[in-house]
Design a protein around this ligand. Structure first.
Ligand SMILES: [Fe+2]
Ligand SMILES: [Fe+2]
Length: 187
């Protein structure tokens, strides 16, 4: 890692990873693959939890320092974490309920759930913007290079380990969608 160009914004790729997994879950729902969509939502929930725990344990403690040195960048983010996690838990319960329904009931349930998930997506995007525009640049201002190397490399390493564990199932789901598309093109 090049210490000179090291910045907390490098953690932003985690949000892209998360967003990709959530989109995969929704694409599977649109294809009517409720069981697989349910499985990918569970993976998403555990990855989101890992990411939020990382931020709460390693970045948010720095907010006290940020409040003293750059108070305009110390945005309140824990409440948003709680709201996002609560919504995801509700989606997980609804997905388990969908599995018990008939095909036509599932289709209507999927429409409702996609609707409800739009609030979560808005919150995810605005939270991402707050972290990207305020928190992460603020953390660059109040930390020295050694601190940044330590925190960022630890967080990226732990995140990649979590993604690696989820990767086989994510690849299977992605391949399923590719096959689904191929069949539609042929027919
Ligand atoms: Fe966050
Ligand atoms: Fe984040």
């Amino acid at each position: 890692m090049d210490a000179g160009s090291l910045s907390f914004e490098q953690l932003q790729s985690v949000h892209d990873d998360l967003s990709g997994v959530f989109t995969l879950h929704q694409e599977l729902m649109v294809c009517g693959e409720v069981a697989l969509a349910d499985e990918i939502l569970d993976l998403f929930a555990s990855l989101l939890e890992v990411h939020m725990n990382q931020e709460e344990n390693h970045l948010f403690p720095l907010i006290i320092r940020l409040l003293k040195m750059a108070p305009d960048r110390a945005v309140p983010l824990i409440g948003e974490h709680e709201r996002m996690m609560l919504l995801v838990r509700i989606f997980q319960v609804k997905m388990k309920d969908l599995l018990k329904l008939s095909a036509s009931e599932q289709r209507r349930g999927i429409i409702d759930l996609l609707d409800q998930q739009s609030e979560f997506k808005h919150l995810f995007v605005s939270h991402d913007e707050s972290e990207h525009e305020l928190l992460l640049p603020g953390l660059n201002m109040i930390t020295n290079v050694d601190e940044r190397i330590q925190i960022i490399s630890d967080l990226i390493r732990d995140w990649q380990r979590s993604v690696q564990r989820a990767l086989p199932r994510l690849r299977d789901a992605q391949e399923f969608l590719t096959e689904h598309d191929r069949e539609r093109t042929v027919n």
